[in-house]
Structures are given as C-alpha cells and as structure tokens.
Design a protein around this ligand. Structure first.
Ligand code: CAA
Length: 445
C-alpha cells in the first residue's frame, strides 16, 4: 500500500510570552508551583497586536513552502483546523491562501480549501482528510497543506486562564513522506458531551474538572477501539506517545491510565505483582464502586514504580517540552507534542527510523482518536530544519499590565487599539478591516 504521512512540519508561536510563575501567579495570589508543578506549565504564548490565526498559519506555511521549495501548483488542498475562527462562512484557509499568493507568482485557485471544526481534535481530523485524499488517489501527485491554528484565550479570571496559548502548526502531507507515515488503523472514543464549548462566543464555557474526566473516558474508549483494529498494544511498542496537551498535568493523568491498560495481562504486570499486586479484575468485586476504588489504589501504586517512571521519562515526558513553554494551542497541541518528541530524539542522537509513535488526539464535545505513526529514515534532516527553539526564545516577555492589554486587544467584544510590543520582520501581519468587515493582511519585508 502507498505510504502516506507528514513530509514536513513548521511551528509558529505567537510573539508574546506570559511567565506563569513570575508574572501571573503573584497577581492571582497563587503559589507558582501550582502552575509549574501542578499543571506543568511555565509560560504561555500570545499573539502580538498584528498577529492572529491567519498570520500565524500563513507564516508557518510560508516557511514550510520555502524550505521544501514548494510552489502553489504543488499543493492540491489547504485544510485549516481551528476553534478560534472569526467567520461562519468564509474559511480561514482562503485568507491564508490569499496571504501566500502575495508572495508567490502562482496561485491556489486549483486547490480545495476548507475549515475543520471539532475542538482540538480538528487538526488531526484535517490530517486524516488529507491522508485519505491521497490514499484515494485523487491528489494528482500533489500534496496537502494542513494548518492547525488557534488563539486559545479564556475569559479573565476563569479556571482555564493559566492554560492559554497561541500558535500554529503547518504540515505538508504527501506520499513517501520524510517524517512519519500514518497507520490506516485508528480508534475512536466519541460521545455527546458538554465539557467545553463556545456557543457563538469567543471565550469557552468550561466545566474544568469534568473536562478532565471526559478527556480520560474518551481516550480510554479510543484505545480500546484502536486495539480492536490493530491488536493489543504494549508500552514497549512505542518510542513516544504524543497526547493532546491542554497542559502537561493532563497528560500525566492520561499516561498512567494508558500504561495500566497496556500492561494488563502482560509480562510487565507480572513483574510488578510482587510489589503492587495484580490489577483488580471486575469479577472479583461485588460492586463497581469497590472495583473502582481498588483500581485507583493500584494506579496510585503503579505511578510510583521504577518501571512506570522509567517508561514515562522515555515515552511521555519528552513530548511535553514545547507545550510547557507555550501553553494550549488547541488544534495544534498534539502536533507540537509530536514535534517535541522527534526533536528530543535527535538531540539525544537516537535513531528512531522504523520505530513507532502512538498519537492520541482529543477534542472537547467530545472525541478522542488514536493511530500509529512510523518514523521515516532521514527524519532527523527534517527535524534539524525546525526553528521552534528560536521562535520560543524570541518572544517578548509581558508584564502583567501588558498581558491585560493584549488580552483586551484580542477580545472581540472590546475595541482596543494597541501599539505592538514587537516589530514584524519578513512576515504576514494583520492590516485592518475591509469594506465588508473582512480582515486584511500584508506581507512586511
Ligand atoms: N504545588 C504543586 N501542585 C499544586 C499546587 C502547588 N502549590 N497547587 C495545586 N497543585 C496541583 C493540584 O493538585 C492539581 O493537580 P492534580 O489534578 O494532579 O491534583 C493541579 O495543580 C491543578 O490544580 P487545580 O486542580 O486546583 O487547578 P484548577 O482547578 O484551578 O484548574 C483545570 C485545573 C480545571 C483543569 C483548569 O486548568 C481548566 O479549567 N482548564 C481548561 C480546561 C482544560 O484544559 N481541560 C482539560 C481537558 S479538556 C481538553 O483537553 C480540551 C482543551 O484543550 C481545552
């Protein structure tokens, strides 16, 4: 079967940074460790006054096209995933194509463009659509541009405020990809939930604690469904497991449950039995409540074992590096977790070629999806081209009052003019409103 997957990735972060321990925690009257240890977040990214989901997406796509030597005629699809869209009719992909056409001789008139919505999982769904388009043989030798772009802003003083973030991930999907090949097997966990939603409003309505439980429940269903398609999973099967990462603490909770599920009935459960016993089995308990208590106890013990800690340190922790510095990027989050892992492997001199990733996506509302990816030979050359460290490093460090101003600047219900904190440099910028209330963009040399 044709090998299809991600040929190249680019990451673009908002140009501003809010330090959670130094700047945010003192104003909230919180212990900084609630953020750095509890949530696992050190800082978040914000868009400057001239940035938005279009500029971040277009700038990521532009760098990707330049780096890969692509022209518009090489691209047969532009799919944008976002939950920060500003138009119920005209898709963000048309704005991004319009930006790119300012700097290329050719155009994207031949390309199919769309916008995908299902909270944070839409980035993976767009990737899936692109892969299926190629597998169906409808691409005529062209690739697909998939862009996940979001400004994940919450209402001020709401529970999610510390988990904000803003950035875009652009991915080029082709046959014989240079980075990772996607499996055709995938598993879903999907249900009608009201954990997090934005009914025609910019900032989400969130039931924070419940959203955590819904994430875990749907992820578990997706893993079971994946195993129905692909067979049992084992922790040793995967070099890394990138999860959707609203904040690293969420992944800590999901990872231990996933590990428990994967080791059930295996050599690992057996090896741990002397220390922490075997996993509770439902048939051994009179009530579901007693069974669930026993499971909780087992998981608490499991978390403390050397076997688990070692696995977590190798397969999970490296996926969280970037997200701990940039916050939640909604549709892009699982994709920066993948980048984080691949980058870590290159930095450690690990040759991952032929090894597998288990990629676990999630969107509130709610749906989880799990699939496998196989790392391709030469992946390190692609990873070496990433400039994500420089992107993260160059952000302007906001004071708290500057943070308040930029939050207001991006609040659709406020009309706030604000001088930018940074200077645009060879990039697309937001340039005001047109006669039909459309957003306008310019490329600044
Ligand atoms: N030192 C160390 N740890 C501390 C601490 C301290 N001083 N103070 C608190 N903590 C720990 C807490 O124990 C807790 O850890 P555990 O959950 O492991 O016990 C952690 O820090 C967070 O503390 P709280 O639970 O008290 O934090 P909170 O209630 O203020 O906020 C939240 C947590 C409800 C998840 C909030 O961040 C939120 O609403 N986030 C938005 C929704 C969200 O991201 N949900 C995730 C699943 S939904 C999803 O994934 C989709 C999406 O992208 C939005």
């Amino acid at each position: 079967m044709t090998s299809v997957g991600i040929d190249a990735i680019e990451v673009r972060t908002g140009r501003l940074k809010l330090d959670l321990a130094e700047t945010f925690a003192p104003e909230q009257g919180d212990d900084p460790e609630k953020y750095t240890k509890g949530l696992g977040l050190f800082s978040s990214s914000f868009p400057d006054a001239y940035e938005d989901i279009v500029t971040m997406g277009a700038n990521a796509a532009h760098r990707l096209m330049e780096r890969k030597g692509l022209e518009p005629e090489d691209i047969g699809r532009i799919d944008v995933a976002t939950e920060s869209s500003f138009d119920n009719s005209k898709p963000v992909s048309t704005y991004i194509a319009g930006c790119l056409e300012q700097v290329y001789d050719g155009d994207f008139h031949h390309a199919n463009k769309g916008e995908r919505k299902f909270a944070c999982i839409a980035g993976t769904q767009s990737l899936d659509d692109a892969v299926n388009w190629i597998l169906a043989g409808r691409n005529r030798g062209r690739g697909a541009l998939v862009i996940a772009t979001d400004t994940a802003l919450y209402a001020r003083d709401s529970s999610g405020e510390a988990t904000q973030g803003a950035g875009a991930v652009a991915m080029y999907i082709t046959e014989d990809p240079d980075l990772v090949k996607l499996s055709t097997e995938q598993g879903y966990g999907s249900a009608d939930e009201t954990d997090f939603l934005k009914p025609n409003q910019q900032f989400p309505s969130v039931d924070g604690k419940r959203s955590v439980q819904v994430y875990l429940a749907r992820m578990r269903e997706a893993l079971e469904d994946f195993e129905r398609a692909a067979g049992d999973t084992h922790p040793d099967d995967y070099a890394f497991i990138p999860f959707h990462t609203p904040f690293p603490g969420m992944v800590r909770k999901a990872a231990v449950l996933g590990y428990r599920h994967m080791i059930r009935g295996t050599d690992v459960e057996e090896a741990l039995a002397d220390d922490i016993g075997r996993q509770p089995r439902r048939d051994d308990f009179d009530s579901r409540e007693a069974f669930e208590d026993a499971i909780r106890e087992y998981v608490d013990d499991l978390k403390e074992t050397d076997a688990y800690r070692e696995w977590y340190g190798e397969a999970i922790d490296p996926t969280l590096d970037i997200s701990s510095q940039v916050g939640n990027w909604y549709t892009g989050s699982v994709h920066i977790a993948r980048v984080s892992a691949l980058k870590h492997a290159v930095e450690q001199g690990r040759d991952l070629a032929g090894q597998k990733l288990l990629v676990a996506s999630y969107g509130s509302g709610a749906q989880a999806e799990i699939h496998e990816e196989t790392v391709q030979p030469g992946f390190e050359d692609e990873v070496a081209e990433l400039n994500v460290d420089a992107e993260v490093e160059r952000r302007y460090d906001l004071s708290f009052s500057e943070y308040e101003q930029i939050h207001d600047r991006h609040n659709h219900e406020k009309s706030v003019e604000l001088e930018p904190f940074t200077q645009p440099d060879s990039e697309f910028v937001f340039d005001g409103w047109g006669p039909m209330n459309e957003r306008q963009y310019t490329y600044i040399e």
